[in-house]
Design a protein around this ligand. Structure first.
Ligand code: SAM
Length: 217
């Protein structure tokens, strides 16, 4: 079973995503187990402070090191071999090949979600991987973490319905985008499904699909 822990100030953001569709099924099938670690619980003082102003000046607040270190320590105690992953625009760009590798890894993962203007850089000393979901800035690491978790967990054995579905979908070979697909009705508002797909001729259908797959940039 793949154990995935997420360190976040907003655990409630994960409720719908982790308890719906494939991620819900993964838990039912005991392919994955999720644990949300509320960073606030590791905050300092009566106000459970987790952020502070940046040295050197500048706008916004940064996540303080002490609560982050304590939360990672707690998560590591639950799963000592887990790899620690920091969500950051500075990280390596996430892609399907990484989702496949990480789904096949025998260890679990601890995702750290940054917030505000980011985090005290010293947290990087505890981190095994830094990952970005793309060249844009989101408000926090929660949406990136959900994206990455979804892409990993749906590839765990027993989660997707058809065993083939992960092998023939976009990026499964690292570069090919899936062919267009159609369902019933065969004609809708004057738009017809290509005849070949209705022909029942398996070889011709495969040829059409190969011709209509495209290479990603
Ligand atoms: N000040 C930071 C900068 O300019 O790079 C942006 C901070 S962002 C508002 C807050 C947090 O959201 C980040 O620390 C990171 O954890 C997460 N985040 C934002 N965009 C991301 C991305 N493209 N990939 C991964 N994490 C991201």
């Amino acid at each position: 079973m793949k154990k995935i822990q997420v360190i976040t100030l907003f655990p409630e953001m994960f409720d719908g995503v982790l308890n719906t569709s494939m991620l819900w099924k993964a838990q039912q099938e005991k392919a994955a187990a999720f644990e949300l670690v509320n960073l606030r619980e590791f905050g300092i003082g009566p106000r459970q402070q987790v952020d502070d102003t940046p040295y050197g000046g500048g706008d916004g607040m940064l996540l303080k090191p002490e609560p982050l270190f304590a939360a990672v320590k707690h998560a590591k105690e639950q799963d000592p071999t887990a790899k620690v992953v920091l969500m950051t625009p500075r990280g390596q760009r996430w892609k399907q090949a990484l989702a496949k590798d990480w789904s096949e890894a025998s260890h679990g993962y601890i995702f750290i979600c940054g917030r505000y203007e980011g985090y005290d850089e010293r947290i990087v000393s505890l981190v095994d991987e830094q990952v970005s979901v793309g060249d844009y800035v989101l408000t926090g690491g929660e949406l990136p973490a959900m994206t990455i978790i979804d892409s990993i967990v749906r590839l765990l054995p027993g989660v997707l319905g058809g065993e083939q579905s992960a092998e023939i979908e976009s990026f499964s070979d690292g570069e090919t985008l899936e062919f267009p697909q159609y369902t019933k009705p065969a004609e809708f508002e004057g738009m017809k499904v290509p005849d070949v797909l209705l022909s029942g001729h398996h070889a011709e259908i495969e040829k059409w699909r190969a011709e209509h797959s495209i290479k990603a940039d």
